[in-house]
Every structure is written in C-alpha cells, then in structure tokens.
Design a protein around this ligand. Sequence first.
Ligand code: MN
Length: 318
Amino acid sequence: MSLPAVQILQPRDVPLGGVRAMNVRRTLPHRERPLVGAWCFVDHYGPDTVGRGNEGGMDVAPHPHTGLSTVSWLFEGEIEHRDAAGVIGPVRPGEMNLMTSGHGISHSEVSTSNTTILHGVQLWVTLSLADRDGPRDFQHHTPEARPLDENGSTARVFIGELPNVDRSPVSTFSPLLGAQLDLAPGARIELEVDPVFEHAVLLDSGAVTVEGAALPVAGLGVLDPGRATLELEAGQEGARLILLGGEPFEEEVIMWWNFLGATHEEIVEAREQWQRREARFGHVPGYVGEVEWLPAPPMPRTRLKPRTRYLPEAPPAS
Ligand code: MN
C-alpha cells in the first residue's frame, strides 16, 4: 500500500489585530484543508522588529472566543496575555500558554517592553461539541529540550507525546500532539509517531524535507493517518519546525471570526452577545490600548457552513 504524498499548504499573509495590525502568515484554515486533527488554526509571525512603544509589535485588544483552545508559542520576544478569568500570563520562548474558552472568554495579547524581536506561532484547537460549553481553563508549560539524535537535534513536546522522546503533562480535550523540533545541520530523523494521527509540519527557519517533500518557510506539510514514522531531513543550516498531530476530527463545526459553534444560530448569538458586551465573555482587566475592545465584523448575508468551508470575509482577530 502506498501512502498519499505530503500535502503542501502555502501560507497567506493576513493583517492581525485592530488599529495597528501586524502581518501573520496563515496556513489553517485553508481552502484545501480545514483541520489537522483538532488543530483548526495556524498563524506564524516574525521575526519582526519591535520598536519603542511596541511599534511593529503585537497589540490585540480584548476579543472573544467560544468553543476552542488557543496555544501561544514563541521563538523570540515576550507576550502578555490577560483574560476575563483574571489570568495574567506572560509567555516567553520555549513556554506554552494554553487557554480554553469554554462557553465564552475574552482576552488581550500584547508584546511587552522586553520585546525587540517578535517571532512565534499561534494555534487553535477546536473543542468537540460535547466539550464546548465547559469551563474556562488556562495552562502554562515549559517542556525540556529532549535529544532526537547525537548531533544536537532536540524536541520540545508542549502537548501530547512523542514516543521514546517526551510526554507533556498538559491536559487536552482530544488526543493531540504539539512540539518544537530543532534539527541539527544535515540531520536525518526518523520520528516515531501515532499512526492514528494526522500530522502537519510547519517550517519556521532553515530548510527541511518531510518524507522527501521540501517545505516552504511558514508552510505546512500535512500527512494523513497511517504512518508509524515521519522522515525529516534538515538542510545544511539545520531547521526549526513545529510538529502538530491529532486524531481526525469528524464533527462538523462552524468557525467564523473568533467563534466556533455547532450552528449558524449559535454563531449569530455569540456575536450579538459580544457586541452587547454581555457577561458570557466577561471583562479583561488591565488592558490599555487605543481601543477598549474589538467589535465583531458584520455577519455575511449567507448562512454559515460547517468547517469544510473557509470564510475569508471574517478573518480571525487572533
Ligand atoms: Mn485570541
């Protein structure tokens, strides 16, 4: 049996945030692929120079989420997360912030004055319909760098498990994998993976082939289930990668702006509740910016369709 080739998803540039948008490179959702496991959103940004007064940095005013978890992971810089549950969570390189919205949350994300270069990823995980109205949650984890070979290649597993490498203590609502891989120059790694999972490899810097396919920078190489190993080969400058995986997510979920829900009506209701600043999303204490909160864009004239359709008219805020 021959497995299908690696699916390469090219990134697209998207402005992020409100008044002073920074540009990110987005690969999920993608017209050709809405999800990889329960991972439903992948943004890669930087390295961006950040000047005095956070010029060129991240400043995303309070905005809502429903039905998902967000992962913040940095290569350089520092971001301060504040949310309506009262969490003030800085995140630095090698540390993970995992926020779960439950039924509803709002948060802000601002690069701090310690930041001169901002460089990282933001990832979202869809919750199953059974879990989406649960409580809010926040977890922070700093994984160890575990060796992958004798030449200095390492893995930092922030979510899930890489067999014989490391396992993260972070709890998730569905089986997932998330890790940073740093491959030494010329490294050739045969990585043991869960054959039930779909996988995606994001190239941050350097050069790499996945199962023989070269990845573009900030692009994703996606692999269907059925593989017990992933073969990675770094170029002469080495490679920094993010590896994602998860069981195929079979439920139909609608994703629009920053909301995930089961039906068009649920999304409309969440939007109206946010616009009216209702208690469902709470209040983010201590955010100071040019706007107090990010209003939702208008709903499209057509009914929202489930996850198989990408809706470019309402790009997520972050
Ligand atoms: Mn957000």
